[in-house]
Design a protein around this ligand. Sequence first.
Ligand code: PXL
Length: 281
Amino acid sequence: MIKKVLTVAGSDSTGGAGIQADLKTFQEYGTFGFSAITSVMTMDPDQNWSHEVTSFSPELVAKQLKSIFTGGPLAAVKTGLLGDVGTIEVVKDYLEKYQMPNVVIDPVIASKGTQDLFQSENVMAIKKNLLPLATIMTPNLVEAAILAEMPPLENLAEMKIAAEKIYQLGPKNVIVKGGHRLGGEKALDVFFDGRNFEILENPLFKTDFNHGAGCTFAAAITAGLAKELSVFEAVVLAKDFVAAAIQEGLEINQYLGHVWHGAYNQAQNRMTSKNNQPSIN
Ligand code: PXL
């Protein structure tokens, strides 16, 4: 059976992050993607590529969710950029009403080049409404410090404390992503399930083409959960998926480069005339 998965997130027109990353990743995992768009992120080359978020109304998000959930609950859901408090509350209502399993909350309150993502009322609303419903929360280093109300995290010990503090807010699992921000030779992540810590170590790739890595990682976990992996299995596979995507990142313009969501499956080789075998005659 094909698993249905949902992303509630912002649009990144350039195709690397947000809704676009999520849907591409869902497809790579062989799941069927639904999407509710909360906002549109745009970047302006005339303003040194400064980012702007234009939010949709909570009512419009609710209308999309109504359309989506008419067929009943889905196998998994991911939230990303949510835009405003009203939208966060609408999302909570739907997650509760349909008793959604496999809820992945990517906080998206701190990201490269996007100061305006951080709004304290949104952070409070995410903490209050969404963390208690989360199967897993996926903050980066900066987001983890904000959620845990700690000064900037600088080492593994502090990441563990932050993971524990975030766990206390309600999610069943937490992964704090060290990524490139921690420095050092490796990308280190701390996973905490309320009892045990797992430290995930991955090579740190020297690339500037990694826009969309965070969204892609959370979307990959979501699709993995939909396909009935355990939370930790889903995280480990998502790490491999996103590592491949970063390794084969592509330049988009003079300002940025994106992860290649199809890298893990070498999707660029699909549908070439040589390989193409029609399944129905
Ligand atoms: O990576 C955070 C992020 C999330 N969602 C959208 C984005 C971005 C970063 O640019 O555009 C829509």
